[in-house]
Design a protein around this ligand. Structure first.
Ligand code: COA
Ligand code: MG
Length: 345
């Protein structure tokens, strides 16, 4: 499939370009931007990922982010900044061009599935509703912190039923793009505010873990409270989770549930699927960004520090995942792979 990448020069766009190199199904043929239009990608991009700009994209000319440049492609990935900056996504959806977006603009749209392939692949059935009104198929990938939180919550919710989640995040600076957070703000410091992040984590978690009723997604009924903090880490978001369940929790059983989590054959066989979605570490001081961010080529979520809370139905744990791979580009590519293997695109 010929693929276009919107906002390809940004921190997440670069990750898409890196992960799509030699992809068995997707060939990146169009990259769009704004200030770099007309330049070669290799000259325009401020490559943040180490090594060289992959050769296959170096000579692609950055195109204007405009519908005219999307006529020839079979699929669009969006790595545009969130919110109204991504308003072109509405036109893509209306025009019936298949798209997987990592932007927040359409995530909470009742017609748009918000999907983590290992968690709620059945929500893709919402695309039938899009087809009925002649748009899409457009699916979205969640916010990076939401993804890293919800993956371990999925099997725990299935077994114990979530009642309430309290989560604090420790978020890497790559999630804010480049130049992003000023060095004077983040070196020797932490910043206990990330605009709109807490709202995203709270709303998106309930949509993803909600139930598709055949026509729409009923939001999950539990409560989520988040405190999101930026920390001086380059890549990898960490979340400290206090989870309260309907049922009593046995810590050893919870560990077994997490370790044996299997998303099923149809997900496992996808090219970007990690060998293990959830990796449990038993050391008392893991996960840590520097050692755990690239587990499963950045597609696994590492969970540790599992212990019982003050009451018998609470579980405390720490989870970690790569924000621009699992939490952004890698997650979106995996979702597109699922849509392709299911014949949706
Ligand atoms: N229309 C068209 N192009 C636009 C645009 C718009 N409204 N807004 C931005 N762009 C362009 C930028 O100008 C740039 O292209 P250029 O180099 O040709 O000028 C390109 O899109 C990349 O955007 P930029 O803002 O420079 O990237 P960044 O590295 O500073 O920020 C993100 C990257 C990921 C922070 C940002 O894209 C974002 O907020 N994405 C959505 C949320 C997300 O994915 N968060 C990260 C999770 S870890
Ligand atoms: Mg920028």
């Amino acid at each position: 499939m010929r693929v276009a990448l919107l906002g390809g020069t940004g921190a997440v766009g670069q990750r898409f370009a890196q992960l799509l190199e030699r992809h068995p199904w997707f060939e990146l043929t169009t990259i769009t931007g704004k200030t770099s239009v007309g330049k070669k990608y290799g000259e325009a991009v401020n490559w943040l990922l180490g090594g060289e700009v992959p050769e296959y994209v170096r000579d692609l000319t950055v195109m204007e982010t405009d519908m005219r440049n999307l006529k020839e492609v079979d699929l669009v990935f969006s790595a545009l900044p969130s919110g109204e900056a991504a308003s072109i996504e509405r036109e893509v959806m209306r025009a019936g061009i298949p798209m997987v977006s990592n932007s927040s603009l359409l995530r909470m749209d009742p017609l748009v599935p918000l999907v983590i392939p290992e968690v709620n692949p059945d929500h893709l059935a919402l695309l039938n509703e899009q087809r009925r009104v002649g748009s899409g198929p457009v699916a979205t990938s969640p916010n990076c912190t939401t993804t890293i939180l919800v993956i371990p919550l999925k099997p725990l919710n299935d077994r114990y039923g979530i009642k309430r989640i309290n989560v604090a995040s420790y978020q890497a600076i790559s999630g804010a793009g480049y130049p992003g957070v000023p060095s004077y703000d983040i070196v020797d410091n932490i910043i206990p505010f990330i605009s709109e992040e807490e709202e995203k984590v709270e709303k998106e978690s309930k949509k993803i873990l909600g139930r598709f009723n055949g026509k729409e997604v009923d939001q999950a009924g539990f409560e989520v409270q988040a405190t999101c903090v930026r920390v001086p880490v380059i890549d990898g978001h960490t979340v400290a989770v206090h989870a309260e369940f309907e049922e009593e929790v046995d810590v050893d059983e919870a560990i077994r549930i997490l370790e044996s989590f299997d998303p099923g054959e149809r997900i496992r066989k996808l090219p970007s699927s990690p060998e293990k979605v959830i990796v449990v570490r038993r050391e008392r001081d893991r996960p840590q960004p520097r050692y755990d961010r690239l587990t499963g080529k950045g597609m696994s979520v590492t969970v540790g520090r599992l212990r019982r809370g003050a009451s018998s139905n609470t579980l405390l744990f720490v989870a970690h995942g790569h924000n621009t791979i699992r939490g952004a580009a890698g997650g979106a590519i995996l979702l597109a792979e699922l849509m392709r293997s299911e014949g949706i695109i």
